[in-house]
Design a protein around this ligand. Structure first.
Ligand SMILES: [Zn+2]
Length: 383
C-alpha cells in the first residue's frame, strides 16, 4: 500500500470516529437536505440567521433529532443540532421594543439604525417591514426549549458588512430559485451599514437569552473582535472567575465558610447568568494576540475557536491563521464547513479543514478526530 493510500485510510478511520460540523447553513439550500443522510459527517450544527430560515432550521432539526447526548455514538445515522439566532447582517430589520409598546415607522427606524443616514427613499422602500425584537426573543426562547440541545446562533457583530441593493429585474429573473431567500446572493452593495450600537443591542439581548437558558452561542465577528469582547465583558462583569491562589487568600482571611459562599457566587449558576456558558468564535479571523482576552483565567465563559476552509484557509489570511491555530489550546479548537448546502461538498470542505488543523497541530488524523470530536461535544453539551 502506498503513502497516499495509507493517508486515505487514516482519514477514513477519522470519519468513522466522527467528524462534527460546528457551524453550517444547509437550510440555505433546502433541496440539499436530502443528501444529509448520505454524508460522512456525523452531526451538523445548523445555524439560523434571519426571518426566512428560523422555521427551516426547526424543521430540519426535527427530521434528524438527537434524542440524547450519546445517540450519535451508538447509531450510524446522521444528526442535526439546531441553533436559533439573528445574524448581524440582518440586525437592521429589528427594532428594540423591550421597554416600549411603540412600533416605529419603518422609514424612521431604518434612518436611525443605518449609517450613513439614508436619504434615498426609493432604497428605504425596498427594505422589509421591521420586526419586533421582543417577539423574536419570545419565539426563539420557545424554539430553544423545544430543542433541548439547541444553541443560540448565529449572532454577532460585523463592521465591514454593507446592505445589498434592491433586486434588479434581470437579477430577479436569473436568481437560483432553490436558494432560501433573504441573503445577498449576487446583488450589488449599497453604501449603508448597520450602526454598531444597534448591532450590539441585538447581540446583547440574544446573549442574555442564551444565558437565561444556559445555552452556548455561535458568534460571528468580522473586524469586531474588540467590540464582541466588550459586549461579553459587560455581561460577565461581577461574575469573573477567581484563581485558586486568590481563593486561598480569601479563605484564610475570612474563614472557610465565607470562601465556600464565594465559590458558589463565582461558579455555581443555580440561578441563570446573563451570558452563555460557552461560546464559539466561528471562522475566527482575529489575531493570535487577541486570544489572550478570551482565554484569560478570569473569563467565566468557555471560549472555543472554530475554523473553516471557506473563510480561514482560502485567500490571503491563510498564512496568519496557522499561528492562530498553533496558539489555541488543543481543547478549545473546533472545525466547521460554514457551507450553504449539505452533501459531498460539505464533507469535502470539512475533510480539508480537518486535515489542515491536524497538520498544523501535528496530530495524527485519528488523534485529531478524537480531540475535535471531544471539543465539539464539550462546546455543545458542556461535557
Ligand atoms: Zn455562518
Amino acid at each position: 500500500m502506498g503513502g497516499q493510500a495509507l493517508e486515505d485510510d487514516a482519514v477514513n478511520i477519522s470519519w468513522q470516529r466522527g467528524v462534527f460540523d460546528a457551524h453550517c447553513h444547509p437550510t440555505d439550500t433546502m433541496t440539499s437536505i436530502d443528501d444529509l443522510p448520505g454524508m460522512k459527517a456525523k452531526v451538523l450544527t445548523i445555524m439560523a440567521t434571519r426571518r426566512e430560515d428560523q422555521t427551516l432550521v426547526d424543521q430540519v432539526a426535527a427530521r434528524f433529532p438527537l434524542s440524547d447526548t450519546d445517540e450519535y455514538k451508538r447509531s450510524a445515522s446522521k444528526f442535526v443540532v439546531p441553533a436559533f439566532g439573528w445574524h448581524p447582517w440582518f440586525s437592521y430589520q429589528m427594532f428594540d421594543d423591550r421597554s416600549t409598546y411603540e412600533i416605529p415607522d419603518a422609514m424612521t427606524h431604518y434612518k436611525t439604525v443605518l449609517t450613513p443616514k439614508v436619504e434615498d427613499v426609493a432604497f428605504l422602500k425596498t427594505l422589509p417591514e421591521p420586526l419586533s425584537l421582543a417577539q423574536f426573543l419570545t419565539d426563539t426562547e420557545a424554539r430553544l426549549r423545544k430543542h433541548p440541545f439547541a444553541l443560540m446562533g448565529e449572532v454577532g457583530l460585523d463592521k465591514s458588512f454593507r446592505l445589498p441593493k434592491e433586486w434588479l429585474p434581470d437579477e430577479t429573473q436569473s436568481r437560483d430559485p432553490s436558494l432560501t431567500p433573504g441573503s445577498r446572493e449576487g446583488r450589488r452593495l449599497s453604501p449603508y451599514r448597520v450602526q454598531l450600537a444597534h448591532q450590539k443591542v441585538i447581540l446583547e439581548a440574544q446573549l442574555r437569552l442564551a444565558g437565561k437558558l444556559g445555552r452556548p452561542a455561535s458568534i460571528h465577528s468580522v473586524q469586531a473582535h474588540g467590540a464582541v469582547h466588550e459586549v461579553l465583558q459587560s455581561l460577565w462583569a461581577g461574575h469573573e472567575k477567581i484563581s485558586s491562589r486568590q481563593k486561598k487568600r480569601r479563605s484564610s482571611a475570612a474563614g472557610a465558610h465565607a470562601a465556600d459562599d464565594e465559590e458558589k457566587i463565582n461558579q455555581g449558576p443555580s440561578s441563570p447568568l446573563p451570558f452563555p456558558p460557552r461560546i464559539c468564535m466561528h471562522s475566527y479571523s482575529g489575531p493570535a494576540d487577541f486570544l489572550r482576552e478570551f482565554l484569560n483565567h478570569k473569563v467565566p465563559i468557555d471560549v472555543y475557536f472554530s475554523f473553516s476552509d471557506v473563510i480561514n484557509f482560502s485567500g490571503p489570511s491563510s498564512e496568519k491563521v496557522i499561528d492562530v491555530v498553533k496558539a489555541i489550546p488543543d481543547s478549545k479548537i473546533l472545525i466547521e464547513s460554514d457551507l450553504h448546502r449539505a452533501g459531498a461538498e460539505m464533507d469535502g470542505r470539512l475533510g480539508s479543514v480537518f486535515q489542515r488543523v491536524c497538520d498544523i497541530k501535528k496530530w495524527s488524523y485519528e488523534r485529531g478526530a478524537e480531540i475535535l470530536g471531544r471539543n465539539w461535544r464539550c462546546f455543545v453539551f458542556g461535557s
